[in-house]
Design a protein around this ligand. Structure first.
Ligand code: ADP
Length: 478
């Protein structure tokens, strides 16, 4: 099975979110499943630099306003097709936004171009000795590729899968762009790529791909409701069993407490105590108080951190502590900084993005707190499981799918891996802090939950098998 993955960001080359992690991790994980996955991504300056001398595979004299070529080679260990189109991608700034923080004015054309060349690679693959069976599109940036497969007359030969990492970005363009985006006018309707009077590249992918998935089974169910679906719930429901959820995994080499060079490594809980001591010393926290809850997150309302502010007094009152690393909404940053100032030795806050510190927090914390209002998959609770840092999470999306909540039954059976509470409720978050502190007060029970978490599989093995099965379903050559 040959699969062409089409992604606008791929870790470690360029990353703004979880999409990059998935696109970067899947090719290696799928190898064991007999899937040969290659990746097509834009030729941002950093990517072209990492590729070095690629082999020219395909050229285009006028790709949405300029000449372009596809180069093939290895970058960051991946088999990579890079779309070298200087007029679209060779720019300073991020993948989607200019250095001033505003989205590029021509994002619709930039990623339409990526999709167009993806479809050409599939349509003409036989000329280049690698014929994809399935095209795998990620988020709205890949959403037009299944439409172009149909336009080029190969959708009966090449299957397509669309993966939704973030439904909030719709890839919207005015209906006057139909021609510019090389879209067939007959597709501009509610069963195609029309979305509230505009073109949506995400809707295109959802409507045209043979299979659609998102990054956890619970989030897939949630997306079919008006509360979470952001206007796509009807279309997703309409897709029936062609829409599913597959959990993300994490890189278990990078996130491995036994070998992690960013922390004092440990195999067992006795060793974790050293990482905890180092962290409390680094942050000026009281080593004798607990539990120490840690947060590594974007500071936004989606992440429910206002709920945590509401519950913080209870955690502190019960002897607990908080260490938070994140950046985002100014009012949340200010309130957490104020909490740190008001509670020296009990609350430590670091504003910013700091990969090594995120490892030290996960290793040194007693609990990882993830109070999200919605969460497609979530990664930090998975890191927490692996490092024996008990996840305290809202019962939503991927958080619901990855944490076995402490209940009378799971405690009796000795299988709980964390604590869950009702999403969006400040009072439920307070109650969760109580549960955490009650558990902490019984060291044996706390350690049992930690140990259960450390045994929980969080890598890609199971999910890679599910992706392989999805590609087989989408393939036109079963
Ligand atoms: P989302 O993609 O919605 O932000 P996830 O939990 O899926 O949330 O992924 C967030 C990733 O970013 C995790 O790997 C997390 O460790 C990392 N991260 C978030 N904020 C920071 C930060 N301030 N410093 C370091 N890493 C961070």
């Amino acid at each position: 099975m040959k699969v062409l993955s089409v992604a606008s960001e791929v870790a470690p080359l360029i990353k703004t979110g979880g999409l990059a992690d998935v696109a970067g991790a899947l090719p290696a994980a799928l190898k064991a499943q007999g899937v040969d996955m290659r990746t097509l991504m834009p030729g941002y300056p950093k990517v072209l630099e990492a590729l070095g001398d690629g082999r020219q595979i395909l050229t285009d004299g006028d790709l949405y306003g300029g000449p372009a070529q596809i180069l093939y080679g290895k970058a960051a260990g991946l088999d990579m097709y890079v779309l070298d189109a200087a007029h679209l991608f060779y720019r300073d700034g991020g993948p989607y936004a200019a250095p001033d923080g505003f989205d590029w004015w021509d994002n619709a054309e930039r990623f339409a171009a990526l999709c167009w060349m993806a479809a050409r690679l599939c349509a003409e693959g036989h000329l280049h000795g690698w014929q994809p069976d399935v095209l795998h599109a990620h988020d709205w940036q890949g959403g037009l590729a299944p439409v172009y497969l149909q336009r080029m007359g190969v959708s009966h030969k090449v299957g397509s899968v669309m993966t939704i990492h973030n439904i909030a970005f719709t890839g919207s363009a005015g209906s006057d762009m139909l021609g510019r985006l090389r879209l067939p006018a007959e597709g501009y309707n509610s069963g195609g790529f029309e979305f509230y009077g505009r073109i949506s590249a995400l809707k295109a992918g959802i409507s045209y791909a043979d299979r659609v998935n998102t990054v956890s089974p619970t989030y897939a169910e949630e997306l079919k409701t008006p509360e979470f679906g952001m206007g796509f719930d009807g279309t997703l429901k309409f897709r029936g069993s062609a829409f599913s959820g597959i959990l993300n995994g994490i890189d278990t080499e990078v996130w491995n407490p036994v070998t992690d060079p960013k922390v004092i490594p440990y195999k067992a809980l006795r060793g974790k105590a050293k990482a905890r001591a180092a962290l409390t010393e680094e942050l000026g926290l009281d080593p004798d108080r607990g539990p120490l809850g840690v947060v590594v997150s974007r500071l936004t309302e989606q992440k429910g951190l206002d709920l945590l502010l509401h519950a913080l007094p209870r955690l502190l009152e019960r002897g607990g502590q908080l260490a938070l690393l994140g950046s985002g909404d100014a009012w949340l940053e200010e309130q957490f900084l104020a909490a740190a100032q008001a509670n020296p030795g009990q609350v430590a806050v670091r504003i910013g993005y700091d990969e090594p510190l995120s490892h030290r927090l996960i290793a040194g914390g007693d609990a990882i707190l993830v109070p999200s209002r919605f969460e497609p998959c979530g990664l930090t609770q998975l890191y927490g499981l692996r490092y024996g840092t008990v996840p305290v999470v809202a019962n939503t999306g991927g958080l619901a799918d990855t944490v076995i909540p402490l209940t009378f039954a799971t405690r009796t059976a000795g299988v709980a891996t964390g604590i869950q509470f009702q999403p969006g409720s400040g009072d439920a978050c307070v109650a969760a802090m109580d549960t955490l502190c009650d558990l902490w007060a019984q060291p044996k029970a706390f350690q049992q939950v930690q140990r259960n978490g450390m045994k929980h599989p969080v890598g890609w093995d199971t999910s890679a098998a599910e992706y392989a099965a999805l590609f087989a379903e989408a393939s036109k050559h079963p």
